[in-house]
Ligand binder design. Structure first.
Ligand SMILES: [Zn+2]
Length: 405
């Protein structure tokens, strides 16, 4: 099995190298925005999108023009890479199997500043050679394994980093555990397992409250003044902090879950549908709009999409599987006698079967039903049970970019 992995290190830059890096990142951003604007214009006019080849042709024209000649100062491959990334972003946005992906957006100065070299770089010990920049030292915290395929230079805060993406050939893994588990994703609980275990939601309210307070103060400041900028910086740092906390916890939880279960069964919830529309769902059409809006926020906060992605690629690494099953009535079906009735679920937390009297926490019931549907899917592939996670589709590598949130 060929896997891709990224090693990220902080670069030791000088004033000169930083200047070049800023310039190259800026040119990539400029080209991204320009090509994006062109494609958005096409979309508006219902014309077909321009793909890499056409965009590259435009980019060559721009480089020769008086107005945009500065693009020619950049290493050509970093510009080509930007256009490939844009093409990829558009393809993902229109890919029905990736409901979380959206139409690419314009980049602002300082926002995701980066550029990528697919070739021409060299790595020797603790230094890396970057075309048109030269040798730059980096802080090697761990050894690089595998064959380097490309390197991305990016700015985070005041510092520049290099992320080296490698390919490693590994023997086909056999999952260390034979266990299978159903996972009920929730609101009060982050998730509940079919064996009764559960996790509390990721707690970031303290930081969110702090951000709210700072935003109120920000509103009173003169826009773009020094104090305004300082406050704005502080708010941005808090947002990053929240994202990091969340990402960290979801990484830990998904690792534990993945290591101890060969098969993880989840509900096939179209997260974007659930979060975008508060009009109701299959069990309560058009009702509970208010609760649902609150629910939406919480779902987003907890980063279900991120959690799913983590589970999928970790399972693939370990030789396990993620299955998706039909989510209908999972919380209203009795795990003992299979009787389905709304009355079975008495409150948010309490499940009591009106036929056989089975009593259990409603979320555990949900997780058990999800697990059972997973078993049925494996046994006979029942058509009503939704799609199987497509392991080994080559899409995996994209999900292994260093996590930026
Ligand atoms: Zn029952």
């Amino acid at each position: 099995m060929l896997i891709r992995k990224a090693f990220k290190y902080r670069l030791d830059t000088t004033v000169e190298t930083e200047q070049l890096m800023s310039q190259y990142a800026g040119n990539c951003r400029f080209l991204w925005n320009k090509a994006l604007a062109l494609n958005l214009h096409h979309l508006d006019n219902k014309e077909p999108l321009l793909w890499y080849q056409e965009l590259d042709w435009f980019s060559k024209l721009w480089k020769q023009s008086d107005d945009y000649g500065f693009l020619a100062l950049s290493p050509a491959q970093t510009l080509q890479q930007t256009l490939k990334q844009l093409e990829r972003a558009f393809r993902d946005a229109f890919d029905k199997t990736q409901p979380l992906k959206q139409i690419p957006t314009f980049k602002k100065r300082g926002d995701r500043d980066s550029f990528t070299f697919p070739q021409g770089f060299k790595i020797e010990g603790k230094r890396i050679f970057l075309p048109k920049i030269g040798w730059v030292n980096f802080r090697k915290s761990r050894d690089i394994v595998g064959t380097a395929k490309n390197v991305t230079v990016s700015r985070q805060g005041k510092h520049w980093f290099v992320s080296i993406q490698v390919e490693i050939e590994l023997p086909e893994p056999i999952h260390p555990s034979p266990a299978m588990v159903g996972v009920d994703m929730g609101v009060k609980r982050l998730f509940t397992l079919s064996d009764g275990d559960f996790e509390e939601p990721v707690e970031v309210k303290v930081w969110q409250d702090k951000i709210k307070r700072l935003q109120k103060r920000l509103a009173k400041k003169v826009k773009f003044s020094n104090n305004w900028r300082k406050l704005k910086d502080k708010i941005n740092r808090l947002h990053t902090k929240i994202a990091n906390i969340r990402c960290d916890i979801l990484h830990k939880l998904s690792t534990t879950l993945s290591k101890s279960h060969a098969v993880i069964v989840l509900e096939d919830l179209q997260i974007t549908n659930m979060t975008k529309s508060a009009k109701g769902d299959w069990e309560n059409p058009g009702r509970m709009v208010k609760q649902k809006s609150g629910l939406n926020r919480v779902i987003l906060n907890q980063g279900w999409g991120m959690f799913k992605t983590f589970l999928e690629y970790k399972q693939q690494w370990l030789g396990g599987q993620v299955l998706y099953v039909d989510p209908r009535h999972t919380s209203q079906t009795c795990p003992d006698c299979h009787h389905v009735r709304k009355d079975n679920r008495q409150t948010q937390e309490r499940f009591a079967c009106v036929v056989c009297g089975h009593v259990e926490h409603a979320d555990v019931v949900g997780a058990k039903n999800i697990l059972e549907r997973g078993h049925r899917l494996l046994a006979c592939g029942e058509p009503w049970v939704a799609k199987l996670c497509e392991a080994g589709t080559g899409k995996l590598s994209d999900k292994l970019e260093p996590v930026t949130v």
